[in-house]
Design a binder for this molecule. Sequence first.
Ligand code: COA
Length: 374
Amino acid sequence: MYTPAITGTGVFTPSQIITNAELVKAFNAFADKTNTQNAGAIEAGEIEPLAHSSEEFILKASGIEQRYVMDKSGVLDPDVMHPKLRQREDDEPSIMAEMALDAAKKALEQAGRTAADVDLVICAASNLERAYPAVAIEIQQLLGCPGFAFDMNVACSSATFGIQAAADMVRSGSVRAALVVNPEICSGHLEWRDRDCHFIFGDVATATLIERKEDAQGPHFEILSTRCATQFSNNIRNNNGYLRRSRPDGVKDRRDMQFMQNGRKVFKEVLPMVSKHIADHMADNEIANTDLKRLWLHQANKAMNDFIGKKVLGRTPEDGEQPNILQDYANTSSAGSIIAFSQNSNDLSVGDLGLICSFGAGYSVGSVILRRNA
Ligand code: COA
């Protein structure tokens, strides 16, 4: 058996930003336009008018200040309200592969590795732009990696579940180095016309290289333990899928074809699940909360992270102990905890312990306990 380690990470950040002010302005214009169109039905009491969104609510309820997206022009156009991403030719790199490639190259560079050293690519994301061939295999080919590749989807927990799968294969010796990439185009499945959720998501791609500890070319994070758990819930759901054509109502664009959630229930049900998951994982590895130097949490909601941080550490986390990136990136699904890790781990000292934890639809929760090595 070998000891797996994270030797490099990379983040691809799209060039376009949507601030809360821009988002709310576009949504309110859409709401006014829709209400004018539906004036008769609203007057007759048949439908409710759409209420305005507010910047104050978004910041207070979530902690989000802005988000990066692959296309803001469509999202901010009250006549469109979704990103406009052109259909690419089959012989062009797909958009998910292109984003993942950028993050993967950064992770390889940080680790002092080339694509030839990687014999497994896992593309783990909350949505995949096509059913097959696997996006991971396209990324493998574009990078020039030998070995094999596959896609997986565990919603917001895709990255940590991917890291567990990769770490287990490195541990057993079936692969020597694995890239886990998380291209998340959340703007594609967010319902921008629903004020309850239109502020939640952003786009990004992350990559994590996992190798044998003894192969590391420089400072790295030894993977001490990983743990994944799932429990079925309909509180975060998307009913889009390949059987869409076969339904009696055909390909109609229904609300449930995009991201749906009961945010309050998620909040209440996921918090105890995650807190217990982390506490049990640490206890089984004989790690006390005083031993933990850093928590890289899933980036969905600031209040949620504050709660989990306090529960895990037994006190209010000090500045930097539980870094949030959601104010800049919003919720980037599986990539969030990896961005937090990538941007806030280099300052740790040899021997320091930290924990990555993601959680979300499924429900699903995944945690990775790490130790900084020289
Ligand atoms: N602007 C102004 N008001 C808004 C609004 C907006 N954009 N969106 C909702 N509101 C209103 C609601 O209509 C509601 O009004 P009411 O009290 O009159 O019914 C009120 O604000 C509170 O809405 P609610 O949805 O209960 O807010 P919340 O405090 O639960 O915050 C979330 C919403 C989504 C930020 C929060 O529930 C959350 O983050 N949940 C966890 C999500 C998560 O972790 N998901 C997993 C990953 S996908």
